[in-house]
Design a protein around this ligand. Structure first.
Ligand SMILES: Nc1ncnc2c1ncn2[C@@H]1O[C@H](COP(=O)(O)OP(=O)(O)OP(=O)(O)O)[C@@H](O)[C@H]1O
Length: 216
């Protein structure tokens, strides 16, 4: 069954169309890569799917119900959005990884945090490391890990590997692969990276606010 269905979705700002007639179906556990020129509407599209922007026309159905029928807080726990410039807060890595538990009044699963850190090439001792001492790539890995500490169903990634060096890119890439293959998360990832585009399981392309290529 499809998890996300967009029917003739459009987005206008005043009279300017940013997205036009987007028809797209994404199944649970799929990994969809979105490519296209700068300014073509990729971020706008994923922000609509993430409920951070409201479409101005068409329908968006998530798990059988219109997006408007969901409480936005509940929806955003199921559909997580990560972007290029991660915001870490507090003093330490632990503060960040514990945050998803705190807001749900759950106790922190330290074991899961350590497993996650090891998975992204960090270690248990990094848990108490100051976020200011992390490199840009490490910050991105911790930010992504924070977004999946309590599993969402959909992970939306808006150019999360942009600006990372090859080593950090490889860590982030294998992390995403693990979430998708082993944990069954649905992945929607925007990228300009040719290697990621070439490796896409399902590639869709946006040009000038319309889906123009790939398997729609
Ligand atoms: N609120 C807004 N008001 C006016 N124009 C907007 C608004 N939001 C987006 N746009 C325009 O819509 C177009 C699509 O923007 P969007 O950020 O979705 O593109 P993108 O494909 O993600 O680009 P990039 O690859 O550079 O990140 C751009 O021309 C942008 O200037």
């Amino acid at each position: 069954m499809s998890l996300i269905t967009l029917k003739n979705v459009g987005y206008r700002v005043d009279q300017t169309p940013i997205l036009t007639d987007i028809n797209l179906t994404i199944d649970a556990r799929e990994w969809v890569t979105i490519a296209g020129p700068s300014g073509s509407g990729k971020s706008t599209l994923v922000r609509i799917i993430a409920s951070l922007l409201s479409k101005t026309s068409g329908e968006l159905v998530f798990d059988g119900q219109p997006i408007e029928s969901y409480d936005p807080i509940v929806y955003r726990r199921r559909v997580s959005y990560s972007f290029q410039q991660p915001t870490l807060f507090g003093n330490t890595v632990r503060d960040n990884l514990a945050f998803p538990y705190q807001i749900r009044q759950l106790s922190f699963d330290e074991e899961r945090a350590i497993t996650g850190l090891e998975y992204v090439g960090l270690t248990a001792s990094d848990l108490d490391k100051a976020v200011n001492d992390l490199s840009g790539g490490q910050r991105q890995r911790v930010a992504l890990l924070r977004n999946v500490m309590i599993y969402p169903e959909v992970l939306i990634l808006d150019e999360v590997t942009a600006g990372l060096d090859a080593e950090n890119k490889a860590f982030v890439w294998s992390m995403i692969q693990h979430f998708n293959q082993d944990d069954g998360l649905t992945i929607i990832a925007i990228t300009h990276d040719q290697e990621e585009i070439d490796a896409a399981k399902r590639l869709i392309t946006i040009e000038d606010g319309r889906l123009v290529g790939g398997s729609l």
